[in-house]
Design a protein around this ligand. Structure first.
Ligand SMILES: Cc1ncc(C[n+]2csc(CCO)c2C)c(N)n1
Length: 206
């Protein structure tokens, strides 16, 4: 089992909660209010802008070989547009859970090694791909299909696969990691997953 498969197995309970969260099901089954979409797109526009800085920071920690294989970074405007937010989203400031998530990623990128940095970002990348695969084509005439199509596109899949490959290559023998390293990596990764779940739950509560 590769390192990323091991990690994903540990995240399974949180990932299942994400699949079952009411906003994610709302995307899958075409059932979201304007208020929920405005809140989510407002939060996520802020998040994705900040994320791109965090990604640039992480890239500097990788080898030139890993950097050179990095697929083109993606612009999530298409996904946001699919959620048809109203201009009211411009009045919604970034929420505490969002700022805390970004803060967690920044701290882990700055204070840990390249693997720790990649693991702070991985739940973001992989969970969206897995949500897309899970709900694509579950509902006919779904207004939000372009969102699901974006995160299952080959460009997005390449991006996810590149993240998995980098992490697996960095830690080829994860069973042999010192216990403290294993704990730190797992904690960085699962904390990001918990913030992903919280992001969805806050959006559903609007
Ligand atoms: C809360 C939240 N988590 C993850 C993503 C997905 N995502 C955000 S930035 C980025 C990198 C490439 O564009 C990816 C995959 C999101 N949109 N919002």
């Amino acid at each position: 089992m590769k390192f990323h498969n091991y990690l994903l197995k540990q995240a399974e309970p949180i990932l299942n909660d994400i699949y079952q969260s009411s906003f994610v099901k709302g995307i899958g089954f075409n059932n979201l209010s304007q208020q929920q979409r405005d809140y989510y797109v407002a939060q996520d526009s802020y998040y994705t802008d900040e994320f791109s800085h965090l990604f640039d920071l992480t890239i500097t920690k990788l080898t030139t070989e890993q950097q050179s294989t990095q697929p083109q970074t993606l612009d999530e405007t298409v996904a946001h547009d699919a959620l048809l937010a109203s201009p009211n989203m411009l009045n919604i400031p970034p929420d505490d859970h969002n700022l805390a998530y970004l803060d967690h990623m920044k701290t882990e990128i700055m204070s840990g090694d390249a693997t720790n940095a990649m693991l702070a970002l991985l739940p973001c990348t992989e969970s969206y791909h897995l949500i897309g695969k899970r709900y694509l084509n579950t509902t006919a005439h779904n207004t939000y299909s372009p969102w699901l199509e974006y995160y299952t596109s080959s460009a997005y899949q390449d991006f996810t696969q590149w993240s998995w490959q980098v992490i697996d290559a960095q830690i080829p023998d994860w069973q042999k990691l010192p216990v403290n390293d294993q704990k730190r990596y797992l904690n960085t990764y699962l904390t990001s997953y918990q913030f992903e779940l919280s992001f969805w739950e806050h959006a559903a509560q609007q």
